[in-house]
Write a protein that binds this ligand. Sequence first.
Ligand SMILES: Cc1cc2nc3c(=O)[nH]c(=O)nc-3n(C[C@H](O)[C@H](O)[C@H](O)COP(=O)(O)O)c2cc1C
Length: 384
Amino acid sequence: MAKFVCSGCGTLASGEEPPVRCPSCGAKDQYRSTDLEPVTLEEVRGRARDKLKNICAVYPVCDGGPDRICQKENYGRAIGMGGIGMGRSFRNNFLALEALHLTTRLVGESFEPSTEFDFFGRKFSMPIFGASTSGMSQYNGAISELDFCRATIRGCLEAGTLAWRGDTAFYRMDNHPGIESVEEAQGQGIPIFKPRRQEDLKVLIARAQACGAPAVGVDLDGAGSTNFARAGQPVYRKTPAEIQELVRSTQLPFIVKGIMDPDDAQACAEAGAAVIVVSNHGGRVLDSTPGTAEVLPLIVERVGHRAAVFADGGVRSGGDVLKMLALGAKAVLIGRDVIRAAIGGGEIGVALQMRHLLKTLKQAMVMTGCRDLASIGRHLLSKS
Ligand SMILES: Cc1cc2nc3c(=O)[nH]c(=O)nc-3n(C[C@H](O)[C@H](O)[C@H](O)COP(=O)(O)O)c2cc1C
């Protein structure tokens, strides 16, 4: 069976003949054989650069530096792909990973590293997921919101993993591309909702369970969003009792995303959260937090025995993934690089991005002598 890619939006299709019309973007006669369409990650990033003019320059190193266009002169400007305020939290994510060094361990038998990841009984090709993200339709009209969600879901599946889906102020209870895209994919995605009203959250969580999603969660660090309040959909801090109420409202493993403090992590674990994601939202919710790699070990130490601790923030390569795993994360999420891949290359762009991460993780595991995920640990790391 041949594989085809829509040149318009990157949606993939298999069959004897290419589809006439793309089911995602509606373009006619735009399907090309993937053999003829020389799609590389570099090309995808180039296309994203064109589409994201004045928002993101898709720099070789995405470090949140003050001279980057996402940060420069950002007073009063929409946050775009940058970090909040002076971008210090965004940058601290990068710097915290930058400060860690990996030790090569080369003497021994050759091996093909295993990166298979077990997530509550489901097997994935890697401990790397597409992060929950949203709001892309506001970026130069480069992609529609639903196409963006679809591209991340399908591209991650193509690479043997899953996309998490986000929630933003223009998603409404009756028009919510995050949960709708996961429903359309028959549960092959993980919806993460903003800390909305309890009653609304319970409705959304029930939809996640009904469509067969493997897990569901809330990004608690969305509590400060003024956009939601302006859009008439207030978001809230959540008490331990409210978190417990959400956990108990579903049979799905419950994820709490956006934790940077061991006491918060403990409260969430005690309330029954199965997964705690150490995250500062890519540095987008409060300026001047530490980098996630700095606080990750403290949180693993506190709750690692009772919840799976995941992490994100500044992870750009398999080497960065390895560092987060060595600090005790069970899995990592990728935000900005998956967004750029979806905007530049749709589904195939996301698949290329995730495969690149898998390839570079495997290389890093060979170079550090790690046959499988269980053999990754603190012994691989030194600090500058
Ligand atoms: C443009 C953008 C939109 C985001 N939207 C959401 C969202 O809707 N829900 C959420 O939980 N996190 C959201 N995040 C945060 C990501 O899930 C993730 O925590 C962060 O991007 C990781 O950092 P990285 O971009 O450096 O990989 C968003 C991040 C970006 C850059």
